[in-house]
Design a protein around this ligand. Structure first.
Ligand SMILES: NC(=O)c1ccc[n+]([C@@H]2O[C@H](COP(=O)([O-])OP(=O)(O)OC[C@H]3O[C@@H](n4cnc5c(N)ncnc54)[C@H](OP(=O)(O)O)[C@@H]3O)[C@@H](O)[C@H]2O)c1
Length: 342
């Protein structure tokens, strides 16, 4: 590949969002493709990962990762191909995974935030961003380590048709639980019960959650795996059993609010039911990722776990693709294809 004829197209963070993220928060730039120095290598992005947390990275506040600076390339995980290398561990043609951002090309030194890992040749090229990536691992550790499901438990999952929620429900089924999921729309709900082995799916756009839960789980809920927060969490808390575990994975319903939504008034159910509500960050389990991926791979191979990827196309569409997560347009893991491998 001759890079002389190419530009590096980039999306930079231009302004910090006030309320809902918009395309105007980003700026399109075309620059020269950089040349790798000693120990560096140049990659070409093939697929970008879209994650609800990206909205948080755009804010000017310290979190579990530093914010993206104004004028910096928007941060994102990706699958990429090495095109030039001065690093003995990476050669031209290698397919790698890293945090290479919303751009065509990136320089990596194989360390820190610009580190890269090789993608195994025997899995689909996008799977390290979906079922064997952060969302699959979030499902795995959040459910098994924080939710601690036991055979016969009732597990309730919000955002159940999403990248994380859909894997949570299927792992809970493998552990012998009764699994209920909430999702937006009849199509997503049908996929949950017909393909993903959920016992019940509740369409949060049309159903009244409180009365539906009373009807379908009169015996109460043992594990809540919450991706959404807000009204969902408040209502679900009113149905918990003694010693229930409430896994706070995310709270996407509030990510684009100017003022953080109030906490759940039903939290006193935790006292009465001696229950535990606990948050987690999947990156804390990084030393156990390899073993978890091994188990997830065997479940997928045996057909015990299915997954969906929603692949948009074209780097120019990155801002709109991010917005799909907050409007619920995505079905399963949201990705964006930037280029084909050579
Ligand atoms: N703790 C961690 O380490 C960690 C790691 C990764 C992800 N997460 C969290 O996990 C959650 C799911 O992430 P994901 O990457 O798997 O995304 P996802 O579930 O594939 O996509 C987001 C989904 O959220 C739902 N949603 C969006 N806005 C909503 C609203 N206002 N009210 C109710 N539902 C809404 C939509 O589903 P419907 O159409 O079904 O409503 C949408 O499809 C997020 O909260 C994310 O922040 C946490």
């Amino acid at each position: 590949m001759t890079l002389r004829n190419y530009k590096n197209r980039q999306w930079l963070l231009a302004t910090r969002p006030q309320g809902m993220v918009t395309k105007d928060n980003f700026q399109w730039l075309e620059t020269e493709v950089e040349t790798p120095k000693e120990n560096e290598f140049l990659v070409k992005n093939l697929y970008l990962s879209f994650d609800p947390a990206q909205r948080g990275w755009m804010e000017d506040r310290e979190s579990y990762v530093p914010p993206v600076g104004i004028g910096e390339v928007m941060r994102a995980g990706s699958i990429a191909q090495v095109v030039e290398s001065n690093n003995p561990d990476f050669k031209a043609g290698d397919i790698v995974q890293g945090t290479f951002g919303w751009q065509d090309f990136a320089i990596s030194n194989g360390k820190g935030i610009m580190n890269a890992t090789h993608v195994p040749a025997d899995i689909p090229i996008t799977a390290p961003l979906s079922v064997f990536g952060i969302t699959g691992l979030t499902a795995y550790f959040g459910l098994l380590d924080i939710g601690k499901p036991k055979e016969g438990n009732t597990v309730l999952i919000s955002g159940a048709a999403g990248a994380t929620g859909s894997i949570v429900g299927q792992i809970a089924k493998l552990k012998g639980c009764r699994v209920i999921g909430t999702a937006g729309g009849a199509k997503k709900c049908r996929w949950l019960t017909e393909k993903a082995n959920f016992d019940v799916a509740i369409d949060h756009k049309t159903a009244d959650l409180n009365s539906t839960l009373q009807e379908i789980c009169p015996e109460g809920i043992d594990v809540i795996f919450d991706n959404v927060g807000g009204e969902f969490l408040n209502t679900a808390l009113s149905r918990i059993n003694q010693n229930a575990r409430i896994v706070i994975c995310g709270a996407i319903s509030g990510y684009n609010e100017k003022v953080p939504p109030p906490g759940p008034s039903n939290y006193t159910a935790l006292i009465i039911q001696r229950a535990k509500m606990e948050g987690f960050i999947v990156l804390d389990y990084v030393n156990q990722f390899n073993d978890a991926v091994k188990e997830l791979r065997s479940w997928v191979k045996e057909g015990k776990i299915v997954y969906q990827e929603d692949i948009a196309e074209g780097l120019e569409n990155a801002p709109e693709t991010l917005l799909r997560l907050y409007s619920g347009e995505n079905t399963g893991k949201q990705l964006l294809k930037v280029a084909d491998p050579d």
